[in-house]
Design a protein around this ligand. Sequence first.
Ligand code: ADP
Ligand code: MG
Length: 403
Amino acid sequence: MKTIDELLAEGVAGKRVFVRADLNVPLDGTTITDDGRIRAVRPTVSALAAAGARVVVASHLGRPKGAPDPAFSLAPAAARLGELLGSEVAFATDTVGESARATVAALTDGQVAVIENLRFNAGETSKDDAERGAFADQLAELADLYVGDGFGAVHRKHASVFDLPARLPHAAGGLIATEVGVLKKLTEDVARPYAVVLGGAKVSDKLGVIDHLLEKADRILIGGGMAYTFLKAQGHEVGISLLQEDQVPAVQGYLKRAVELGVEFVLPVDVLVAHEFPDLKTKAPAHPATVAADAIPADQEGLDIGPATRELYAAKLADAATVFWNGPMGVFEHPDYAEGTKAVAQALVDSPAFSVVGGGDSAAAVRILGFDENAFGHISTGGGASLEYLEGKTLPGLAALED
Ligand code: ADP
Ligand code: MG
């Protein structure tokens, strides 16, 4: 994999460099609630600009349906990138259309442009190789060189991630190099005890990683929306909590294999429940009740781990040497359900373990809840990407940068 330093040494002055970044930041309307991903790619963009490149930054944002949708515009992210760089950033209102071509053509050496959300074009995420390839051909016309630095998207076989680097001389950006370096540490000789904390809402996406982690980890703590599929697998009722019913047999298999392998599964002993999902806009008080994990009322929903579980999880993390954490413990966006996530973050801050936090929402949660990023070993910009890396899968966006 060619590094950005090697690319810079070869000289990029006057060259148009396409930087596939991950500017997929959480937004409240047009307000960025956490700019971590923009800050993470800034060094790559500024190094290229300083070397005289004409930098074309591209990214996806959210999941628009292959057509322009103002709710998913990259305009706020482009503005923020400009603030961080301390220089004006041009913005193209389309991806490969007239605006993009004119914006790129107008760049002078050292200037930066952001083009609009790649997913406004159906070719970006298409499963059809020809359709994706056609979009990649159009993107390739905008640049002379390609730098892959959108770690959060490297597990996607998308046009800008997988097909475009095949069409242009390419290198890996500094962010991808750092991310891969850290994750390698977790797959090779990891310091033990190795504890993994899994939570969040994308349950089916994340269950697959457990299969692999059972071979690697010493202890697996489960929280967030994931926990209810585990509690159900143990024979408990979970009311109207998030549940992946079809995964219950698989989870029962994991619990059984964990016993055989001597891996400790730690599940919530109590949870916070309410009759309904909280209002994340008004943040009106939700008045949750604390119940034992095996006594969730039929008409209620589990929305965070409870106080006894917070203590239990902190204790289980205190003596770990390595911790990988993906997925909030509860609906942390509402203050009444943020304590579980806070407790895990605090446990990592307090523990001497090398800690890696992965996942868009998990990383945002840590910062939004007021923790200092530097108190963690590494905060990854990619959730799905880091999980798939740990699963040992080949990531299309990394493979494309290899050759
Ligand atoms: P990440 O982006 O870190 O990989 P996910 O996207 O899987 O994490 O999940 C994050 C979301 O999970 C948050 O928006 C949070 O509100 C939600 N969540 C956490 N616990 C629960 C729960 N018990 N029920 C429903 N949603 C939950
Ligand atoms: Mg997420």
